[in-house]
Design a protein around this ligand. Structure first.
Ligand code: PLP
Length: 378
């Protein structure tokens, strides 16, 4: 008898061989901590101020787990106070914490749209936004990357009762910044809702460091933002800022919210401490942005072309000329002690394989000089 395992194993073997042939097979491997490939942009993951605050909080009874879903037993005072502080800082009436930004994205998209609706997303939007659309059952449509005119044209194609538009504020793989003012204007004129993923902005931008949307007017067009804590805030978890009725819809209907243990109090406490530091101590972000500007000029002087960005961002796509060239560049860099893994489809569109370098505030100019020196040699 051919068992289900036999069938699965032979399917996967064929699929894995196909991925290998196309250079797309992934392995976890063991990699030394890389200076230029992580998302702790402010360099806070071992910050003594965060560690001390966490240690003290644990000594004072901060539990390691919330031990239940928010609706049953996990609705900690820590969560509620952080939600209201963060919402106020971001300029929204309410906020809701999640175990990750991916969950926040899924929850808000499913709350806003269903099979009667259309969700339009930037062509380079993160996988968790696309997953949210798939879960919602809404029709999915792409608009050209950072292109408000194309968004308008797509919205005018009609269809869908409710239209929701999704973008990132800083794009995770390209490091460019969405034209939020223009996108917001188009959505407003066309009667659509705008949701912005601020995963790579939180901790870095706007006076209260909640991300770029802090600077936009809050109205019934800019309906929600999501912030992830796994990057600039050196922790994990996610926040959704939105209208109270959207939160009520999530609390009543969202599978991503209801059927899961509330976030880790430890992670949320650490994220809140990191956010406070990001707000109070701008020396880190100033140092970061100086490094980003220096690195950008250095790369350009070596002939690398980068997406245009109106402000410094810590993400640098190094387009090596395809997958094989990216793999070779990655190997050569590794020989010199710089570990950047190739970014392959489906993380980026086929033909745009690259190395993704990130700059963080725990680096110094000497590190950048070393990196640029190695790039010059390879
Ligand atoms: C733009 C963007 N949104 C959402 C996420 C998901 O964040 P999390 O790891 O908190 O699920 C990521 C991270 O990988 C991201 O880059």
């Amino acid at each position: 008898m051919t068992t289900s395992w036999d069938l699965w194993a032979s399917d996967w073997t064929a699929r894995a061989e196909d991925l290998q042939t196309r250079g797309l097979f992934r392995t976890l491997g063991r990699h030394p901590e890389s200076r230029f490939a992580h998302n702790d942009y402010l360099g806070l993951r071992r910050d003594p101020r965060v560690l001390d605050a966490v240690t003290k909080a644990l000594a004072n009874g901060l539990p390691l787990t919330s031990s239940g879903s928010r609706l049953l037993s996990g609705n900690l005072e820590l969560f509620q106070s952080f939600e209201s502080e963060f919402a106020q800082a971001a300029g929204f009436p309410t906020a809701l914490l999640f175990g990750s930004a991916s969950e926040a994205n899924r929850a808000v998209i499913c709350a806003l749209a269903d099979r009667h609706d259309v969700v339009l997303h930037d062509a380079l939007a993160h996988a968790s936004l696309i997953d949210g659309i798939l879960h919602s059952g809404a029709r999915r449509r792409k608009f050209a990357h950072n292109n408000p005119d194309d968004l308008r044209a797509q919205l005018r194609m009609g269809g869908g009762r409710i239209r929701v538009v999704l973008t990132e504020s800083v794009f995770s793989m390209d490091g460019d910044i969405a034209p939020l003012v223009d996108l917001h204007q188009v959505c407003k004129e066309e009667g659509a809702l705008l949701v912005v993923d601020e995963a790579h902005s939180v901790g870095l931008y706007a006076p209260n460091r909640t991300g770029w949307c802090e600077l936009l007017p809050k109205d019934s067009t800019l309906i929600a933002t999501t912030q992830g804590f796994g990057k600039g805030l050196a922790s994990s978890g996610g926040m959704l800022c939105t209208h109270p009725s959207v939160i009520s819809a999530i609390v009543n209907t969202s599978r991503a919210f209801i059927f899961t243990t509330a976030p880790s109090p430890l992670a949320i406490f650490a994220a809140r401490e990191a956010w406070k530091i990001a707000q109070a101590d701008h020396s880190r972000s100033n140092h970061l942005f100086e490094l980003c500007n220096t690195f950008e000029s250095g790369l350009k002087s070596l002939g690398w072309s980068l997406p245009v960005r109106k402000n410094a961002t810590p993400i640098f796509p190094l387009m090596c000329g395809g997958l094989d060239a990216s793999v070779q560049a990655s190997d050569k860099l590794a020989q010199k002690g710089i570990h950047l893994r190739p970014i392959r489809p489906p993380t980026v569109p086929a033909g745009t394989e690259r190395l993704r370098a990130t700059i963080t505030a725990d680096l110094q100019s000497a590190d950048l000089n070393e990196f640029l020196g190695v790039l010059r040699e390879i």
